[in-house]
Design a protein around this ligand. Structure first.
Ligand code: GLP
Length: 241
């Protein structure tokens, strides 16, 4: 596990964007695993700027997002579909048919999860997975629990996550209580992983994620067994290391 500590959010975002852009330049038809949340917003802004300067071409890239609230229609302003189109996809040239996001509404959600997993495998797996981290150490929506799911699945959100994420909704009661998320195995199979974290609220989760121990109480701690993970932090998120 490599740890890069940047002086602030903008530097963290630039470093992350550089790694993503380098991946796309090295392998123009690569598969990117993408994350939502406020953390990667700066990285997406940088990638859009690079695209506008003709420094990177996404026309052959395939993307798979980590997770989506359930049930929530794709056009709901708080859906991760909506987030990704507003904050990245509508500004770059990745073709719509190469974009994959778990379905927030499905007639057979279990089948949809299996198909998502198959679609990732069918393109040869994820080359570079971008992650944020929850205050409780979750990655994607793999919440702290006694047992961790390996593959893409429907999961219950913890009360803490519902509360933390309620800041984006008009009231607590509007926050979906479930989500579809890649599993721990889906994430750990990515060839390379970068995890971004900024601000003091992430410091404890980061400390546990690099502790030298693996525990399902901090799902991000499993990243320690992966051969190619880079944590890109600002000073505050790194303050307990
Ligand atoms: C959500 C997402 C995660 C994300 C986390 C942190 O719960 N499912 O993928 O990493 O929030 O969000 P933020 O970056 O807004 O702190």
């Amino acid at each position: 596990m490599r740890i890069i500590v940047e002086s602030n959010y903008d530097e963290m975002s630039k470093t992350a964007a550089r790694i993503v852009a380098d991946q796309v330049k090295r392998k123009p038809d690569c598969v990117l695993g993408l994350a939502t949340g406020s953390t990667p917003l700066g990285m997406y802004r940088e990638l859009i700027a690079m695209y506008q300067r003709n420094e990177v071409d996404f026309s052959r890239v395939k993307t798979f997002n980590l997770d989506e609230y359930y049930p929530l229609p794709a056009d709901h302003p708080q859906s991760y579909h909506y987030f990704m189109y507003q904050n990245l996809f509508k500004h770059i040239n990745v073709p719509r048919e190469q974009i994959h996001i778990p379905q927030g509404i499905a007639a057979d959600v279990e089948k949809a999860c299996q198909e998502y997993e198959k679609a990732i495998n069918a393109v040869g797996g994820i080359d570079l997975q971008v992650l944020g981290i929850g205050e409780n150490g979750h990655i994607g929506f793999n919440e702290p629990a006694e047992r961790m799911h390996v593959a893409t699945h429907l999961t219950d959100l913890t009360e803490e996550t519902v509360r933390v994420n309620s800041r984006f909704f008009s009231s607590l009661s509007e926050v979906p209580r479930q989500a579809v998320t890649m599993g721990m195995g889906t994430i750990l199979k990515a060839r390379r992983i970068i995890l971004l974290a900024n601000g003091p609220r992430k410091a404890q989760a980061i400390k546990e994620a690099v502790s030298g121990y693996i525990t399902s109480k901090c799902p991000a701690s499993f990243l320690q067994v992966h051969p190619d993970v880079i944590l890109i932090l600002d000073r505050e998120a790194a303050s307990l290391l």
